[in-house]
Design a protein around this ligand. Structure first.
Ligand code: PRP
Ligand code: ZN
Ligand code: MG
Length: 226
């Protein structure tokens, strides 16, 4: 509907590592969101903003394609999507408005605890399972390593035990997942935090004003957290 078209659309992760902190940031910024509402779109009661709750992997594309105006997403997911779109010759434009103070994690290579690892060359001829084939591919290329990359959308950490791969490349936060699966972190290939991104060519003056109003609040919340 035309009357709703000017509401600012912000994409956030529906459930996962970033969702609680994203929601808390919105609340701290004064956005009144119905927290119990488990729907895809949550209307902000006191501002012309809609919150879209989606899978984190979908957020970069939604912003790059201009379907959402803003999004909170991990740099790892954002960089993976950008690399993929470069390879596909698709557009991957966006602006980073703010690097946030949550969602910190690293994308790391991990191997079975009993395995010997003497640097990236140890991966030559091996099979590596990951949800981030482009980031891993770039790293392997930089290191001059020839490895087979297996793309898994989930349960990457069980791949070695299941005989699907020799190593994995996955996100590590506390390290508990690796530990629980008998794996050890041997190389960090990318460090990530959550970022607030904006689509390119956002020109609606009402929306721009809303963003101008939000940014000092976000900065204020972050300073208070320091
Ligand atoms: C990542 C990763 C591990 C976990 C690692 O998953 O795939 O499962 O976090 O965290 P830890 O070191 O604290 O144990 P994520 O939360 O991104 O969810 P997803 O795998 O469903 O995308
Ligand atoms: Zn995900
Ligand atoms: Mg996981």
């Amino acid at each position: 509907p035309a009357t709703e078209s000017k509401r600012l659309r912000i994409a956030m992760q529906k459930s996962g590592r970033l969702s609680v902190d994203s929601q808390a940031l919105f609340t701290s910024c004064g956005l009144k969101i119905n927290l119990r509402e488990q729907r895809l779109i949550a209307h902000v009661e006191n501002m012309d903003i809609d919150i879209l709750r989606v899978r984190d992997d979908d957020i970069p594309g939604l912003v790059m394609d201009g379907v959402c105006d803003l999004g909170i997403v991990g740099e790892n997911v954002l960089e993976e999507e950008s690399l993929q779109r470069q390879l596909d010759n698709d557009s991957f434009d966006y602006t980073v408005l703010k690097r946030l103070d949550f969602g910190g994690c690293r994308l790391s290579i991990a191997v079975p605890q009993e395995d010997e690892y003497r640097g990236p060359a140890s991966l030559d001829g091996k099979t590596i399972a990951t949800t981030y084939p482009r980031l891993l591919g770039r790293y392997l290329k930089q290191q001059g390593v020839n490895a087979r990359v297996v793309n898994l959308k989930g349960s990457v950490e069980v791949a070695p035990r299941a005989g699907l791969a020799d190593a994995i490349c996955d996100l590590v936060s506390t390290g508990a997942t690796l530990e629980a699966n008998g794996l050890k972190e041997v190389d960090v290939i990318y460090r990530s935090k959550a970022v607030l991104i904006q689509r390119k060519e956002l020109t609606d003056s009402k929306q721009l004003k809303l963003i101008d109003k939000l940014m000092p609040r976000i900065n204020g919340v972050m300073q208070a957290n320091e």
